[in-house]
Design a protein around this ligand. Structure first.
Ligand SMILES: Nc1nc2c(c(=O)[nH]1)N(C=O)[C@@H](CNc1ccc(C(=O)N[C@@H](CCC(=O)O)C(=O)O)cc1)CN2
Ligand SMILES: Nc1ncnc2c1ncn2[C@@H]1O[C@H](COP(=O)(O)OP(=O)(O)OP(=O)(O)O)[C@@H](O)[C@H]1O
Length: 190
């Protein structure tokens, strides 16, 4: 079931033009900028978008220019775990890593404890209103969110068409707290 939904939504996302991706991502960025959790956050886990995901370049620039701490995930395919690394200069520090996603080059990996974060921005393929999520199937974010000692607020960034009626739930799934799309901000309070 998750596989079928994944395939369907990925097809729709693939069909977006570069212009649509930029327009929608810019709207999502502006909504995020008005969001108090974002305004007050000092340590933010972002992600580096790939394959037509909601773009994060404006967000990362905004955070860095506000002297905030930006972290990004580094995937470890062997264990399907991710470590998080602080990013200072996206132009200089990144190169293609696992799955073709941009990651810090070895010399720029600056490992940070997940407990030092105060906001997590979550990528994904499909979400429901309760915050349940379908990703690429690696379980990276489920493992990561399950690892936390204290609960850190999480905000998914998604296009409207990525919100579906219900995402099938597994015992290891961790719902996100909010979803921001180009037209709405959803509080999942599940
Ligand atoms: N931008 C971004 N970064 C992210 C994620 C994400 O969804 N988006 N992840 C969120 O979890 C993690 C990476 N997870 C991924 C898991 C699988 C595949 C993938 O391409 N899988 C192949 C099949 C397996 C393989 O090639 O080994 C596929 O889908 O065809 C990509 C990313 C960490 N970083
Ligand atoms: N906390 C966990 N401990 C062990 N295995 C887990 C955990 N979370 C998820 N898994 C495993 O990871 C696999 C992927 O789960 P799922 O399809 O829900 O991933 P996803 O949320 O779509 O992927 P991603 O988080 O990488 O975007 C499942 O086979 C599941 O058994």
């Amino acid at each position: 079931m998750k596989n079928k939904i994944r395939k369907q939504i990925l097809e729709a996302r693939k069909a977006l033009s570069a212009e649509e991706v930029i327009n929608k991502s810019t709207k999502i960025f502006h909504r995020l900028q008005h969001f108090p959790l974002y305004q007050n956050a000092r340590h933010v886990l972002a992600y580096i978008d790939f394959r037509n995901e909601v773009k994060t370049d404006l967000i990362i620039k905004d955070l860095l220019s506000s002297k905030k701490n930006v972290m990004i995930p580094v995937s470890i395919p062997e264990t399907k775990e991710m470590i998080i690394s602080q990013l200072f200069n996206p132009e200089k520090e990144l190169a293609k890593g696992a799955y073709g996603i941009l990651e810090p080059k070895k010399e720029f990996i600056r490992k940070v404890s997940p407990d030092d974060l105060d906001l997590i921005l979550v990528p994904g393929i499909a979400f429901d209103m309760k915050g349940y999520r379908i990703g690429y199937g690696g379980g990276y974010y489920d493992r990561f969110l399950g690892q936390q000692i204290k609960k850190i607020p999480s905000v998914a960034l998604a296009y409207d068409f990525q919100i579906i009626a219900t995402v099938p739930r597994d015992f290891f799934d961790h719902p996100v707290d909010y979803i921001i799309t180009e037209t709405r901000t959803i509080a999942c309070n599940s």
